[in-house]
Write a protein that binds this ligand. Structure first.
Ligand SMILES: Nc1ncnc2c1ncn2[C@@H]1O[C@H](COP(=O)(O)OP(=O)(O)OP(=O)(O)O)[C@@H](O)[C@H]1O
Ligand SMILES: [Mg+2]
Ligand SMILES: [Zn+2]
Length: 509
């Protein structure tokens, strides 16, 4: 008789059940795994064989066949070791237990201990959604799995304790959610109070953080662009529970959940170096992994020294920035990861850094300036909502002993504006102004007469693209939210337009 056992497989940030069937027939000893296994799955047989022998189980003599269904999706990684082993133990009568409502996930070592695997959070969520009552997962993944309510989570340290539990000899205590991770904004050594002056840049950053908009900081060396960006994490709004789960799923899949924290409760801030590969930024690989853009999901992706990033990388960012998700093609089809991010970029305006500077002379040829600026393509620039100049701070500002406004103060306003957005988009798949879709645009961005006239004037005068037009509306929506206004007024739209006009100065667009 064929023995069944249940496991899970990942597809993007979701998971689905996999049926593991074990059959043993007489014949020459062999161990075959079928059903589109990758190399790591095929190696399961060696680990399972050794673990069984080393833990005092009897390894069956005969022809062992393991089938992983559905057969048309690729099975990846070592996480099927545990269900394969359980199926064989049951098939050979070495384990008597009802496992119909249970899912098993885990890699096993040759000695029979159970090792952590990636993606346990989404697999636990979707095991619950698929109607399973309990899930057995590696002990080291217990905290992330225990976050899920409604399914019994059993942490397993080795196959012996698991079998003792299943056959009723001793019991594994189910994992319970760990509530010791409330730390949210504490622990930053940097603060906006350390950045003197730069009111325009700070204002633009506040708007970007409030609505999750994209922003470009442009200015001479040493003006504080990197300094400003590095302080953005200190003002990012609180995450909703849904955002926390979505972002944590990505870290679970990437195997990057920080030790001791089962959930990502702070918005991520990722700042990959410009030498990072395009794939490292957008995601992919033989065993596909989320890239920096997805690790920044519901948070910030910071690209410092933007022109240093390869053209290929910048182009690869275009579609994901637009869609809020990134599609990765592979031999066996495609998969998508979310990437709802606020993109923050910083750059100098030319190779020497002083083009357009009121005091220092730019030593670059006009051609060199043009070439440098043109590294940023029009379509990418068009996707950036707020363009802001960061000139060198003035002496009086720098020498002032009065600290600037603190991150905590700024964050209060941002949180209030984000709360308005959370209420506004309740029951939709949208979570912030930057992600307003075309269908919703005119419902939520209502302008008064004066604002409407101002936008029309600018549209005609500046020859705005339709993307620029919608971006201005969304930014104005956020500015109005920061003021607590339901209707977008003239001041709001004017400020939003002003943050779109810098590309004219540098790029002549
Ligand atoms: N507005 C400011 N207030 C206080 N300190 C500042 C300010 N601007 C710059 N500084 C100081 O100057 C240093 C350099 O700033 P930063 O590295 O952010 O410049 P940058 O604009 O990123 O330059 P680059 O274009 O060369 O990368 C900061 O570490 C900080 O000590
Ligand atoms: Mg810098
Ligand atoms: Zn220059």
């Amino acid at each position: 008789m064929v023995q069944r056992c249940f496991g899970m497989a990942l597809a993007g940030i979701d998971a689905f059940p996999v049926i593991i069937e074990a059959d043993i027939t007489t014949g020459l000893p062999s161990f075959d795994i079928v059903g589109l296994p990758d190399a790591a799955v095929k190696e399961s047989r060696d680990r399972v064989r050794s673990a069984m022998r080393n833990c005092g189980f009897e390894y069956p003599v005969g022809k062992i066949t393991i089938n992983l269904a559905p057969a048309d999706v690729k099975k990846e990684g070592p996480l099927y070791d545990l269900p394969i082993l359980i199926a064989i133990l049951k098939r050979t009568g070495q384990l008597h237990a009802n496992i119909d409502d249970s899912v098993f996930i885990g890699e096993i070592s040759l000695s029979g201990s159970v090792r952590a695997v990636n993606g346990v959070l989404p697999m636990t969520i979707d095991a619950l959604n698929a109607g399973y009552k309990r899930i057995f997962i590696p002990q080291d993944n217990a905290r992330e799995a225990a976050v899920v309510q409604g399914i019994e989570v059993y942490p397993v340290d080795n196959i012996k304790t698991l079998c003792d539990h299943l056959s009723g000899r001793s019991a594994i205590i189910p994992a319970s959610p760990d509530n010791t991770y409330t730390d949210n904004t504490a622990g930053y050594t940097v603060d906006f109070s350390q950045v003197m002056g730069q009111y325009d840049a700070k204002r633009a950053i506040e708007i970007a953080a409030a609505g999750s908009h994209n922003i470009l900081l442009i200015g001479p060396p040493g003006s504080g662009k990197s300094m400003l960006a590095q302080r953005v994490p200190t003002i990012l709004p609180d995450m909703t529970f849904e955002e926390t789960i979505e972002t944590t799923k990505i870290y679970s899949i990437a195997g990057l959940l920080p030790e001791g924290s089962p959930l990502i409760t702070k918005r991520p801030f990722r700042s990959p170096h410009h030498s990072a590969s395009p794939m490292g930024i957008t995601g992919g690989g033989r065993t596909p992994k989320p890239g920096e853009i997805s690790l920044a999901n519901n948070g910030v992706l910071f690209l410092d020294e933007l022109p240093e990033f390869s053209k290929f990388t910048m182009e690869a960012l275009r579609q994901p920035l637009e869609d809020g998700k990134v599609t990765i093609s592979r031999v066996s089809g495609t998969l998508t990861y979310p990437c709802n991010i606020s993109l923050i970029c910083a750059m100098n305006p030319c190779p020497c850094g002083y083009y357009g500077d009121p005091t220092k002379h730019c030593t670059c040829t006009p051609n060199a300036v043009k070439k440098y600026l043109n590294k940023i393509s029009g379509p990418l620039l068009d996707r950036i909502d707020l363009h802001v100049e960061v000139p060198a701070a003035k002496y009086d500002e720098l020498s002032s002993t009065v600290p600037a406004e603190s991150s905590a103060e700024i964050r209060k306003r941002i949180n209030a504006a984000r709360d308005i957005q959370t209420q506004r988009f309740k029951g939709t798949s949208i979570n912030c102004n930057a992600r307003i879709n075309s269908e919703m645009l005119h419902k939520v961005c209502v302008l008064d007469k004066k604002a409407d006239a101002a936008l029309k004037r600018s549209f005609d005068k500046l020859g705005l693209s339709s993307r620029a037009y919608t971006k201005i509306l969304k930014v104005a929506r956020t500015i109005a939210d920061l003021e607590g206004d339901e209707i977008i007024r003239f001041e709001h739209i004017s400020e939003a337009i002003q943050f779109r006009s810098l590309d004219r100065k540098y790029w002549n667009r």
